[in-house]
Design a protein around this ligand. Sequence first.
Ligand code: ZN
Length: 62
Amino acid sequence: MDVSEQITFCPYCGENITILVDGTIDQQEYVEDCEVCCSPIIINVEISHNEDIFINTRKENE
Ligand SMILES: [Zn+2]
């Protein structure tokens, strides 16, 4: 599995955002600024062994 586009949402403003997920990494966490409100979103991505992608977003300092 390669890089794929996934839709999630911003925990600050609730808008849908598109992120790029690298399917070769089982678990990753990084910070990305919201395209809409520019707040720093902590994005946590987990990919299960059968390639289901789980995305969690949370606010910084939470
Ligand atoms: Zn936002």
